[in-house]
Design a protein around this ligand. Sequence first.
Ligand code: AMP
Length: 422
Amino acid sequence: MSIKIPRGTQDILPNDISIWQYIEEQARLVFKQFNYQEIRTPIFESTELFQRGVGDSTDIVQKEMYTFEDRGGRSLTLRPEGTASIVRSFVENKMFGLPNQPVKLYYIGPMFRYERPQSGRSRQFTQIGVEAIGSSDPAIDAEVIALAMTFYRNLGLKKLTLVLNSLGDPESRQTYRQALIDHFKPSIDEFCPDCQKRLEQNPLRILDCKVDREHPAMKTAPSILDFLNSESKAYFDQVKKMLDDMGIDYVVDPNLVRGLDYYNHTTFEIMGEGFGAITTLLGGGRYNGLVSELGGPEVPGVGFAFGAERLLLALQAENVKLPVNETLDCFLVAIGDKAKERTVPILFNLRKAGLSADKDYMDRKVKGQFKQADRLNARFVATLGETELEQNVINVKNMATGEEAQIAINELEAYLQKHLKR
Ligand code: AMP
């Protein structure tokens, strides 16, 4: 019996890879424009990092982690998200002492969650995200949001909604937390078992529940916005004003609490089209307590992450065509054994000169070689037959214009360089 790919994972095959590479390139471009630098951290970490960093009461830690013991008896976990690892690295490498503050980082890589696989939800998925650690200026909240919107817009997505909320500072959050407990307690028996647990552990997350969404107590729940103290309210107002000033539209949704425990002040999501419904493409927010929670000094941070797979679904749903046509500069066609042999060094020279080029290796007839050139989107086809070989010339055809020329073999590279530029 053949071995199959694990449930909830996918192969990204060569036919689809150019779109992935394009998205990553575009992301790197925007990160550069906003002055964020890449960081790469391990794919597995100590389990404790996520228990503390993501939060014990979250779905991720309670039921979604890929946790295993290694041969040395350590408990390790495949990273379910990026922020905890990056904050660990920030603390471990004492980045809080660097002269360049805030430290503005981005990452691209696979994340792992044991979830029920469905469209837009898999067990291994790719997150692209940023973290700006070290500043509590509301302008940096506005900056990461602007970065995210710029990236999506650059790719050509239009049907986007930026949803914004504030969870306030710890004091505001604490009074709100109590108000929620008081509000839900009388009817908590009518809620799902998860919500019953959440009531004491993390009542904000009841607002997030998909099961009890229609319960009447949900509709009458107090709003966080009525519980923000004056500093938190001023902070939120500034973030909104800066978004207004940049011309970035948003809607405020007081129920946007986000799944993770470490958020305070600004939280946001970007909703878009996907698998036949509106879905969350991106989520982020401010996490002022996380660095100290993970053993560092009191340093604030803000960031977001989006799933590349969901982005692809949104691009499909909006019918966006990305400019990802792979082409080959030149394909060499050989007629006869001697010519075939001669194409080996010719091809090597083209490649050494920096051109992308290929030839036939399947003993195809001339027609088959031309077909292969077509499949590879060759911009030029250079054909070498016995007669040309004797005269040291080669026939070059521009596949777009049909224009043909016979040139000296040793001029092929220069000819291609010149005509490819046009
Ligand atoms: P989160 O870290 O849960 O806030 O998720 C941020 C983004 O990552 C989501 O908006 C999705 O785009 C993506 N994402 C999260 N979980 C999954 C998953 N299981 N499969 C695919 N994408 C995911």
